[in-house]
Write a new protein. Structure first.
Length: 348
């Protein structure tokens, strides 16, 4: 087994990482952010394994917050961002160029800025602008393994501002759920008794396609796709209901003789789906199943929206790691991204 960065140990430590970040964030002084009634919108600025914490916040808290949560993954800061915006800038390294550009734009616009990173230029920018910086642990091997450290401060800040009253309880339930999922998926559990190992075995060398339902299912499907790309170094795709049924369902018609040899569909299910989504899962599967290698299903467990979406995502962390190790792939390094950054650093 090749795991040069100790990635599997980082995956194993997610429940404790989330708990530690939750506890640390409880001591933050948020008084400088002003009163909640002066906030019209929340924006989360971040890319990749850091930015997905914003997607989780939007999916989980969207139905509860009185203001919208907008996740931005770009360079430019939209004009609506201003003094009545609470802006979270997320970059584990603190040096992600897109996030730095957006954070600078948000600061120029007068937004209330909170940065979450282990330091870097982002910490310096926020300090210079009088914002709030939340430190991440420095010993996480890669940003995608720092989800707990990046996520907890978002929920705690909103809790402390009185905008998300159930956030503390939700984080506790999520920590408990992650620990329970780890008990089933850790390497010591072998064979079919380990659901993450089993789904990795079933996917094998096929190309996985992840479908989720609604906002929670969408962010879980996106995370599984990212995990397979970065951990397994393999192609993967994602989409979500009901959007799938307005275009992608038509794409399984012409090349079924090819796709049935290539694609595995993995359905990511949870307990907060709109009743109509269950009917869409079933009806769509009936229409497209014959054009796929197989259809697999992963069901979330846990109490509450946060616990269930993190449970689904954590299964993806484990399964993609096993998918890598089963094929002698080192799950930690992401050489292609560093090659791209090096290429972009050259004079144009």
């Amino acid at each position: 087994m090749t795991d040069t960065l100790g990635f599997l140990e980082a995956v194993r430590g997610l429940p404790e990482q989330l708990a530690a970040a939750h506890e640390a964030a409880a001591a933050l002084d948020v008084s400088g952010l002003g009163p909640a009634d002066g906030i019209d919108n929340v924006v989360v600025l971040g890319m990749g394994g850091s930015g997905i914490a914003g997607d989780v916040l939007a999916a989980v808290a969207g139905p509860s917050l009185a203001v919208p949560v907008i996740v931005l993954k770009q360079y430019r800061t939209p004009r609506f961002v201003g003094p009545r915006t609470l802006a979270f800038a997320l970059s584990y390294s603190g040096d992600t160029e897109e996030t730095l550009a957006m954070a600078s734009g948000a600061a120029e616009a007068g937004a209330r800025l909170v940065a979450v990173s282990r330091g870097g230029a982002l910490a310096e920018l926020v300090a210079a602008r009088g914002g709030l910086h939340v430190s991440c642990p420095a010993d996480v091997p890669v940003p995608r393994a720092a989800l707990g450290a990046l996520l907890a401060p978002l929920f705690v800040v909103l809790f402390r501002l009185g905008m998300l009253p159930h956030a503390h309880a939700d984080l506790v339930k999520a920590q408990e759920r992650l620990a329970a999922r780890r008990d089933k998926c850790r390497p010591e559990v072998e064979g079919a008794a380990n659901p993450a190992r089993e789904i990795a075995r079933q996917i094998g060398t096929t190309i996985p396609l992840f479908y989720g339902g609604g906002a929670l299912g969408a962010v879980a499907a996106m995370r599984w796709k990212f995990d397979v790309n970065e951990n397994s170094k393999a192609p993967a795709f994602w989409n979500a209901y009901p959007e799938v049924d307005h275009h992608e369902i038509c794409g399984w018609g012409q090349h079924g003789d090819v796709t049935r040899q290539v694609f595995t569909l993995v359905e990511l299910r949870h307990g907060f789906e709109h009743p109509q989504l269950a009917r869409r899962f079933a009806a769509t599967r009936e229409i497209i199943e014959e054009t796929l290698v197989q259809v697999l299903e992963v069901q979330a467990a846990g109490e509450g929206r946060l616990a269930q979406v993190l449970d689904l995502m954590y299964m993806g962390d484990w399964a993609s790691s096993y998918l890598a190790l089963d094929h002698d792939v080192d799950p930690g390094p992401i050489d292609a991204i560093f090659q791209l950054k090096e290429a972009l650093s050259r004079p144009g």
